[in-house]
Design a protein around this ligand. Structure first.
Ligand SMILES: Nc1ncnc2c1ncn2[C@@H]1O[C@H](COP(=O)(O)OP(=O)(O)O)[C@@H](O)[C@H]1O
Ligand SMILES: [Mg+2]
Length: 378
């Protein structure tokens, strides 16, 4: 698929922007702070309902404005669709498809598909477990948009269960009556149900992603691998990827783990087991990448994970838009050339760079200048 037109209103620094786009490579070039990333961030938002830079919507709405609108015309084969999201921080966001009446925002998932490379990706390797969970869950949702519903169920159950645990912890501390634990049993089941679904999808993703990431790493940094991805489950097992586990098995694993930590949970007032506490251990050769890999190796690792995501999504459905936000300036000449060659054949590639020289030669294509809030075709 590719985007044929991007339209913004009160998104980030843009009061308005209208950007016609073609398939192939398009580069947005201009000095720092002019709004290049803001443009591609908007495209990424349509694909994930989130930003790669911030965790809440508020900064995405132009300072002083009440709401932002991001709209894109999307072509997939012969089919043309229009998707629109209205961001209302503090209230529910709204969505429309083809100008028809409203749908839930999560119903637009799957229409715009992206794989976004950005300097922030280094945190996939060096950062906290939350970064890797977000990577997995975004990809799980891109593969299967119905997972957005499962994720939001899980979040909701987790929040309510935590509230219950917190009041139990309070009651305990203040010598109040102990809680009726049968209520907690019900929440355990809800948590384990949604958790098992998410866990199954994450494990399947990791098993599918590993050979692709390994191949991509070999192309970027020959002889540097192999990569290993091991799922670290707060419920104790399953640890290594590849082990296909049924949802029912995972449900039992989670329920048992919850039963085991219940006493601690009531003491601490928080849910200690579940996908929200898991991590993926990234290995490079025999060593963990985090804490051991060099800066360059960490970069190659992050790029390999993104390239693998791209291969996976295009193999399983319509080809995603590749977005490369300011990444070439971060790489040495060799990695820069390799990456450029690997992404160049993409159906649509959107690149941002401060100067023309940062865009490798194989990515010749359309150019827009971005300066002073104006986006101009060069
Ligand atoms: N919500 C917002 N309202 C107004 N301006 C914003 C908002 N968010 C970011 N900006 C401005 O956008 C600019 C950054 O744009 P960005 O796309 O990141 O630049 P670059 O061209 O370097 O990629 C900054 O000057 C920042 O002040
Ligand atoms: Mg930028």
């Amino acid at each position: 698929m590719h985007v044929t037109h991007l339209s913004l209103a009160d998104f980030r620094s843009y009061a308005r922007a209208e950007v016609p786009l073609d398939p192939g490579v398009t580069a947005f070039v201009g000095p720092n702070g002019q709004g290049k990333t803001n443009l591609v961030e908007a495209v990424g938002y349509l694909a994930t309902l989130g930003s790669h830079r911030v965790s809440s919507d508020a900064p995405l709405v132009r300072m002083g404005a009440e709401r932002a609108v991001v709209r894109a015309a999307v072509r997939q084969g012969d089919r043309q669709q229009l998707v629109e999201l209205e961001l209302n921080p503090g209230r529910a966001n709204r969505a429309r498809i083809n100008r028809s009446s409203q749908v839930r925002p999560r119903d637009v998932l799957g229409i715009v598909r992206t794989v976004l490379f950005a300097p922030e990706d280094l945190a996939l390797v060096k950062g906290d477990p939350g970064e890797r969970r977000r990577f997995l869950d975004e990809l799980v949702t891109a593969r299967s948009p119905r997972m957005a519903g499962v994720r939001s169920d899980y979040e909701r159950v987790l929040k309510q269960r935590n509230t219950l645990l917190k009041s139990a912890a309070m009651a305990r501390r203040h010598g109040g009556r102990s809680m009726d634990l049968s209520t907690l049993d019900v929440w355990d089941q809800h948590l384990a149900r949604a958790g098992a679904e998410l866990l199954a999808q994450r494990l399947d993703l990791i098993a599918t992603l590993l050979p692709l990431a390994d191949k991509a790493y070999e192309q970027l940094a020959p002889g540097g691998g192999p990569l290993g991805l091991a799922y670290r489950c707060s419920a104790g097992e399953p640890v290594d990827s590849g082990a296909a586990r049924s949802r029912e098995e995972l449900y039992e694993v989670l329920l048992q783990a919850l039963a085991q930590v219940r006493k601690q949970e009531i003491e601490r007032g928080v849910t200690l087991v579940g996908p929200h506490r898991d991590d993926v251990l990234l290995r490079l050769g025999e060593l963990p990448a985090k804490g051991y890999a060099s800066h360059g190796e960490s970069w190659s690792y992050a790029l390999a994970l993104r390239l693998a995501s791209y291969e996976l999504l295009r193999a399983e459905g319509s080809e995603p838009v590749l977005i490369l936000d300011d990444v070439f300036a971060e790489l040495d000449a060799r990695r820069r050339e390799r990456l450029a060659e690997l992404v160049a054949p993409g159906e649509q590639v959107l690149v941002t760079a401060a100067v023309d020289d940062d865009v490798p030669g194989v990515l010749a294509g359309a150019r827009f200048g971005v300066s002073g809030g104006e986006v101009t075709r060069l």
